[in-house]
Ligand binder design. Structure first.
Ligand SMILES: [Zn+2]
Length: 568
């Protein structure tokens, strides 16, 4: 900054039209020298932004901002050609998983990780063990393993892991979060052997021609293992929470989502928050199974506001499964049969309809926001009928109801979303990860209409878009990339007519997400008075070649005017 303070005072005095200087107008920080994307339709771009006391003071031209708001203690940050935007809000993920994931090995498939083959996964595990000097006998865990991304779909086995990890139990978590590959030491610890019977609804993969477990343990066979995994002690609760939040901060996210919170998890989150663990804001949605227990400990009056960075946002209910797992509930049959080869398989509701209706009514009557997981169109029909039952008398009232995923929503159902003030939170990353699978399972027409963001916007809705972390990595640029391009892993365009503009895709993880949370007064765009939650990127997603959006990196994340993450 070259302007002298004395000159600034004079300019401020002139600008305010009175003789006295107004030091309270001096900004703490001014950012300028790069593209500023405001996500404010009234003023889409700016040259400078002034921040004071954690809030946005002004947004506008460089000279007017500098002349009005530079004081003797103002830091002027030169963006050096980088792009500044409102920080991202995460409309749906599983924050609680991040507490453990922060202490695990990332083995996602490329581009998010090294899991392109067995050698890549083993190398990442060895590096983690050596870097952290993990002693013998201590469990090593990984996350994001996906055999579908590996050569010929041949997955990891216990033998692959035994070779280098005879001394440590190793568990490589499946990307579905419903299972893991265990080595022999882990099998010994968790009591899986040739004598172990496969429970109903479970999977214990066996070696060919033998009863010997091969490594992969899924579903009900995995649940007892999952339940006995190490949990943080009192000291670790805050430490793990902060580490998990830093994964979000590194992705440019300053408001994270906990998408199905159990009572014990919420209690832990509250303890960690009280211990000062929060780097970012987290919004928790207690799961229907634990809703009454949570409500008993947390009176209605305490919901909907942040306490130490944590907000109980509303309730969560799940009505079906996933389309790639063929557990999403449809009105028409899967073209490829059911998960067990069943003919005329449409999936099944995860919840009896009457119970779903009663739960929705209970939540509405309490005046709480509701998140409903529904993927198939039959599950979405259930959502709409439950709404018509629970909201009878005022169907259109804004209740902050969000249908999480809404992947196979029909056009007529989107019309009802609009009429009922229901927000779809889409999952356009499926066009990349599962686009080819959806074409096989559901046919071209339905696959092309998955997460139909274009149609939703054209019907006046304000859709959001999510990663469902840890199902997919925390990578908001990839979320935007999939909404803009809709290209499958196999290179197929999945529904070209449902592509949206980069700005529309950006809104889905900023302003629209703030709206989903009922926080659009304070978050989601760069406007005076809003919180100074900012992200700096090394490229402008609105200007680069749409195919290059996924290569943009987060450089810095700022929450309430303070830098919380800086790329190395
Ligand atoms: Zn989820």
């Amino acid at each position: 900054m070259t302007l002298k303070p004395i000159l600034i005072l004079a300019v401020v005095a002139l600008a305010t039209g009175c003789g006295a200087s107004k030091p309270e107008l001096a900004a703490d920080t001014i950012y300028t020298g790069g593209d500023i994307v405001t996500v404010d339709d009234a003023h889409p771009s700016a040259e400078a932004i002034a921040v004071k006391d954690g809030k946005i003071l002004a947004v506008g031209g460089r000279s007017s901002i500098e002349s009005a708001y530079v004081g003797s203690r103002t830091t002027v940050v030169d963006l050096g050609g980088k792009t500044l935007l409102p920080a991202f809000l995460d409309p749906h993920s599983h924050y609680f998983s991040s507490l453990t994931v922060a202490n695990q090995v990332n083995v996602y498939a490329p581009p998010a990780g090294p899991g392109k083959d067995i050698a890549g996964i083993v190398a990442a595990l060895k590096q983690f063990r050596d870097e952290r000097r993990i002693p013998k006998g201590v469990l090593i865990q990984a996350y994001g393993y996906d055999e579908n991304a590996m050569p010929n779909g041949v997955g990891l086995s216990r033998d692959d892991l035994d070779l280098d990890f005879a001394g440590n139990p190793v568990m490589v978590g499946h990307v579905s979060m419903h299972g893991a590959v265990l080595n022999s030491a882990a099998m010994k610890r968790y009591g899986i052997s040739a004598e172990t019977k496969t429970p109903p609804g479970g999977v214990i993969l066996r070696k060919p021609g033998s009863n010997e477990p091969a490594g992969l343990v899924m579903e009900t066979a995995y649940l007892p293992i999952f339940a006995s995994l190490p949990k943080p002690n009192a000291e670790q609760e805050a430490e793990w929470s902060r580490a998990g939040q830093m994964l979000y901060a590194a992705a440019g996210i300053t408001t994270a989502h906990e998408g199905a919170t159990h009572a014990a998890e919420l209690a832990l989150m509250q303890r960690a928050a009280a211990a000062g663990a929060h780097v970012i804001d987290v919004v928790a949605y207690p799961f229907f199974t634990d809703f009454d227990a949570v409500l008993e400990k947390n009176p209605r009056s305490t919901w909907g506001r942040y306490v130490n960075g944590l907000k109980i946002g509303g309730a969560k209910i799940t009505l079906d499964g996933s389309p790639q797992g063929k557990t999403a509930y449809f009105t028409t049959s899967y073209l490829t049969g059911g998960p067990g080869g069943e003919a005329n398989w449409r999936g099944e509701p995860g919840f009896p309809e009457d119970e779903a209706k009663a739960f929705v009514k209970k939540v509405y009557d309490l005046g709480l926001p509701l998140n409903i997981h529904a993927n198939g169109d039959a599950a979405i029909d259930m959502v709409l009928r439950a709404h018509e039952f629970a909201a009878a008398g005022d169907l259109a009232k804004q209740r902050h109801v969000t249908v999480i995923h809404s992947q196979f929503v029909r056009p007529d159902q989107l019309d009802k979303y609009a009429a009922y003030s229901i927000t779809p939170s889409f999952y356009t990353e499926h066009t990349y990860y599962f686009g080819d699978t959806h074409i096989l399972n559901r046919g071209r027409e339905q696959a092309d209409f998955i997460s139909p963001m274009r149609a939703a916007i054209d019907k006046g809705l304000r859709p959001t878009n999510h990663t469902d972390f840890v199902v997919a990595p925390l990578d908001q640029m990839f979320v935007i990339w999939t909404a803009v391009n809709r290209i499958s892993r196999g290179g197929m365009v999945i529904g070209a007519d449902q592509r949206v503009t980069p700005l529309e895709a950006l809104k889905a993880i900023t302003l629209n997400a703030a709206y989903q949370y009922g926080e659009e007064e304070s978050k989601g765009s760069l406007e005076p008075g809003k919180l100074a939650n900012l992200v700096i990127l090394d490229g402008n997603p609105l200007k680069v070649d749409p195919m290059a959006i996924k290569d943009i990196r987060v450089v810095e994340t700022i929450k309430d005017g303070r830098t919380i993450y800086q790329a190395k």
